[in-house]
Design a protein around this ligand. Structure first.
Ligand code: PRP
Length: 184
């Protein structure tokens, strides 16, 4: 049954499964060489569910790591800095083919920053994968290497995405009823 705060399901469970399978195939194909050492970098917390499902479908060896970041100044031109709350710390970064896994790209600031940051840290390679993309919200130019689906600018929750830390466990991506967040 649908959660009472969800106005509409945007991407149902079966569709999500198909999207994640397609991305896993593309990634498995691209990272299949003996010279590859794929590290999925889950950006907490929104990407937890997507990363978990994606890793199960990969047919190549994979390691997992996590970072947690928060962007501040969202919605304003002056902001745009990214705060690292949990860093990627390992001694072998120069041997790692890092694939950053995101649930959603909005302004583009988080991924634009992270790609530069990881390159600066000296990883062997860095690419990006997002389940959802809201191109209409872009503030900095950014195009991911792997993309699930483009979506319109709706308030989406579920499958890892939250409103005030709730709804992350919903198995689908849904549109939150405006009355839940209006006048808060
Ligand atoms: C969301 C999302 C991305 C970022 C995208 O995270 O998971 O990390 O915002 O936005 P951007 O393209 O404008 O940078 P959020 O800060 O909501 O944290 P969470 O994943 O812990 O919910």
């Amino acid at each position: 049954m649908m959660n009472k705060d969800v106005a509409k399901i945007m991407i149902g469970e079966e569709d999500l499964d198909g999207i994640v399978s397609r991305l896993a195939e593309e990634i498995s194909r691209d990272y299949s060489g003996d010279d590859k050492r794929l590290v999925l970098l889950c950006i907490l917390k929104g990407s937890i569910v997507f990363t978990g499902d994606l890793m199960k479908k990969l047919t190549v060896p994979v390691e997992i790591d996590c970072m947690r970041v928060s962007s501040y100044g969202n919605g304003t031109e002056s902001g745009g800095n990214v705060n690292i709350l949990l860093d990627l710390v390992r001694p072998d970064l120069d041997k790692c083919d890092v694939l950053i896994v995101e649930d959603i790209i909005d302004s583009g600031r988080t991924l634009a920053y992270l790609v530069g940051y990881l390159k600066h840290k000296g990883v062997k390679s860095v690419k990006t994968c997002t389940l959802l993309d809201k191109p209409s919200r872009r503030v900095v130019e950014f195009e991911p290497d792997y993309k699930g689906v483009e979506i319109p600018d709706e308030f989406v929750i579920g499958y890892g995405l939250d409103y005030a830390e709730m709804y992350r466990a919903l198995p689908y991506v849904g549109i939150l009823k405006p009355e839940v967040y209006e006048n808060k």
